[in-house]
Design a binder for this molecule. Sequence first.
Ligand code: SAM
Ligand code: SF4
Length: 337
Amino acid sequence: MPDNAPTQLIDSFGRRVTYVRMSITDRCDFRCVYCMDEEMIFMPREKLLTLEEIAFLMQAFCELGVEQIRITGGEPLVRKNVDGLMQQLGALKQTTGLKQLTLTTNGSRLSRYSQTFYDAGLDRINISLDSLKPERFKQLTRTGKLDTVLAGIKAAQQAGLTKLKINAVIMTGRNEDEIIDLAQFSLEHKMDISYIEEMPLGHVTHDRQESYCSSDTVRDTLKTAFNLTESTVTTGGPSRYFHIAGYDNRIGFISPHSHNFCASCNRVRVTAEGRLLLCLGQEHSVDLRHIMRAHPNDMPRLKQTLIKAMAIKPESHDFKIDAPQPIIFRHMSVTGG
Ligand code: SAM
Ligand code: SF4
């Protein structure tokens, strides 16, 4: 790179990218109804970035000012040697400006990995949990077992991973009667909780217009049981947070439809096959796998590619829940939540 080349990732709207979500697999041991079809065709393994390529790419991002990495999927913990990857990424905190290493998981394999992840320097975990009723949990995830996820949460806390957040997608007619119970459970177990509005990503078997439940509806339900006070904290993402007297943990709402969050967007995503997505709701992308395989271990070239990619980061997403077809044909499991 020339001496005067930019050393940070700044897009054409002046937004600095400091946060990367890296999907390390599109596969999953669950088939959540809002995320996947019952039958899914996954990517051939040779198309996925190798763990070495992922670690190299994350180093490039961190050397360009990225401060937070979130590992996601699909279900990241079904990827073989995910523990070794986490150790490599944790080490970037010593050598770069990386401050936060975080994970989004369905929790099914947390019992196995929690201690290694804690030792590797993992800071936070988001765990998906949409129901506390075993039968319903099974219906919503199609293959998941509630007990295994609850055991995973316990294992994480026992290992010292105390910054946990529950992610719950609320769907009308499916689990909206558990809005209050899920908050109660999270707060009593010293976890934050975020309620997520269902997004029209990929084709699924139900009608998303019928199941859509807005954050405003969820908040009105919570207000019947709790006294919510709005928090001033922002994360640069689509979340708004609230406190409840008597509890340290927070309740958040992720509302891509009802509240536009694009002006403060600080993030990009990388799919499991190495496609850099500049926006969750748009198709602008760069094929990083191609660059890395054509020029292996060429750090200056990779960084230059990332810097140039900033020019095509769109100003905002374009979600519409009432569109007749999904706007984005990628499932969330491909994009990485
Ligand atoms: N498998 C992990 C999990 O479930 O947490 C990580 C990947 S998953 C794609 C990340 C998050 O996306 C989860 O919290 C899930 O509930 C959410 N999600 C998946 N599909 C969604 C959709 N169509 N709309 C809103 N959230 C979705
Ligand atoms: Fe798997 Fe997560 Fe999608 Fe559920 S939300 S199917 S756990 S990737």
